[in-house]
Design a binder for this molecule. Sequence first.
Ligand SMILES: CC(=O)N[C@H]1[C@@H](OP(=O)(O)O)O[C@H](CO)[C@@H](O)[C@@H]1O
Ligand SMILES: [Mg+2]
Length: 636
Amino acid sequence: MSSSQELPPGLIAELMAVPPPNGKKLAYGTAGFRDKATLLDSTFQRMGVLAALRSIACGGQVIGLMVTASHNAVEDNGIKMIDPAGSMLAIEWEGHAATLANARTEEELKAILIALLAIAAPSFPSPSTPTPPRPRPRVWIARDTRPHSHRLSNLAVEGALLVVGGKGGVGASGGEPGEVVDVGLMTTPQLHHCVRMENCRLGDVRTGKERSGGDACPVIGGGPGWQGEEGYVRLLASSYLALCSTAHPTAHSTAGPTAHPSLPSSDLWLDCAHGIGALKFPALAAAVNKGAGASAARLTVTLVNTAEEENTLYLNDKCGAEYVQKGQQPPKGMDGRDKGRRWASFDGDADRLVYHFYDQEGKWHLLDGDKMAVLAADFLMDALKESGLPPPETGDEGGQAGDWKVAVVQTAYANGASTRYLRDKGIPVVFAKTGVKYVHHEAEKYDIGIYFEANGHGTVIFGETMAKAILSHREKLEKEVVSESEGSEKEKIATTRLVCALQLINQAVGDAMSDLLFVEAVLRLKGWDIADWHKGLYTDLPSKQLKLQVQDRTVMSCNKDETRAMTPGGLQEALDVLMASPAVAPHGRVFVRPSGTEDVVRVYAEAATPEIAAQLALDASKIVYDMAGGVGVRPA
Ligand SMILES: CC(=O)N[C@H]1[C@@H](OP(=O)(O)O)O[C@H](CO)[C@@H](O)[C@@H]1O
Ligand SMILES: [Mg+2]
């Protein structure tokens, strides 16, 4: 059993010297800890400690810490942990994070730290099972461009060093100190990628067995040096270019977009939300254009709302994916002169993406996460059908390729029209609670799980069996004697498209830069520009989102997919009356839920017209205000 003697010397004293914020119960929410930056010193230091212990628990694999508050205003900051596979922190450790962050006395700190050490590195007292050597912990820390991110990142580094050792300290490993690397400015998805790839390269650190060279990752297959930020750029640029090159010969020519007016213009306007995307996208675009030459794959990007230096003060201010999607409005820097231009918006840490444009009549349109989910699902289902991929090894004869499990995961916020479109095309749709960890976890249950929350956070997850099947199918096709049949050419193109998608799309987490390249490639392959995409799939039902403050949002609870409020009693019944009214039925729907990232209750309504949707949202807000303890001015 571990005891306080096992704790690194001085650890408790160091943590007691930086107490948690008064009167605050910290929760590790959908996106880690997130609050006003001035309240988080203790939390950052302790997350450094926790990351080192998590690394020991994971056998010395790299654990990531991302310092960001994503789409929140600049005065906020936050920190979230990245597990060895580049995924979000295992849900069972979220509780440990909250207990450690909220510990106020020496006893509370000792209790949680000893418990964590026992989990991370159980010692076996009996001589027959000698305690295995404790792995050397490894922690990588990255940050976004907020003015306070660097200072807070240093606190996390110091916290990690208290456990890892270094600075002359003896690491928890008892032997030589581990490693704490400040990898500096990165987008959140870049750190997810770097953590995943480094652990793929390391192989099983317990045995020290390095993976054979080139096998960068069991899911996306071999490839020279896809580790690190440079590897990230190399992987995305090469797979984007390979995807664009699968255009059917008749559709594209190397003469560039002007050769085929139906092709999208290579011009793209990118609203960077004054965030990290402005610093990181140019390197990716340069790598793309180095390989694109004058071909249709070329990207001519105009950056708007940039962040020239590290401490931007206007992060997400009247711009960025959250502002555009929630407000259904163009970002600053865009106006009616932009008719027909293809615009995209990142959020502050470049893990969310939405598209938008002014049509020739000067009307502004949003293409949100639902539009990307449907574009991706359409494209990948067609590629799967045309690839000739053999059915999964189901053990019984006669399996059909249709046995691969593909689904689009949506949340209650998905526009009803998108759900209808997918189901009408025979593409399975399942629902999950709102929050990246819920939809990501649900998507992992499928061979291809597609999820894009309406706010633009999303990705496509290929299961390992599916990924291996796609890669070996391509290998088989490449070895086949070149057959002139159109069928085999079609199979090759479709299979290559699946491989490129597998490698281009960030498998670890929603990634605005990776998603943008995927959309740009698919638009080129379909010969669509943004107006074609907007009208080529389905027409959104008008919708409206509101949020209001209540005394205590935990009085509200919802059912499994958050489409109905379970408490407070009577509230859902009142909403049902609104939805049953002749003016609203049959398309109108409204739901309310407590936010997991802000101290608000969110309201979403959609209906046949913008006016009905707005009125429905307002009437629902009044019911929430009256029945769930609204504060401030009653909605009117
Ligand atoms: C309506 C909405 O956009 N909700 C967002 C928001 O969660 P809330 O629990 O609604 O605050 O932040 C989450 C983390 O970024 C994201 O996953 C989710 O989609
Ligand atoms: Mg974000």
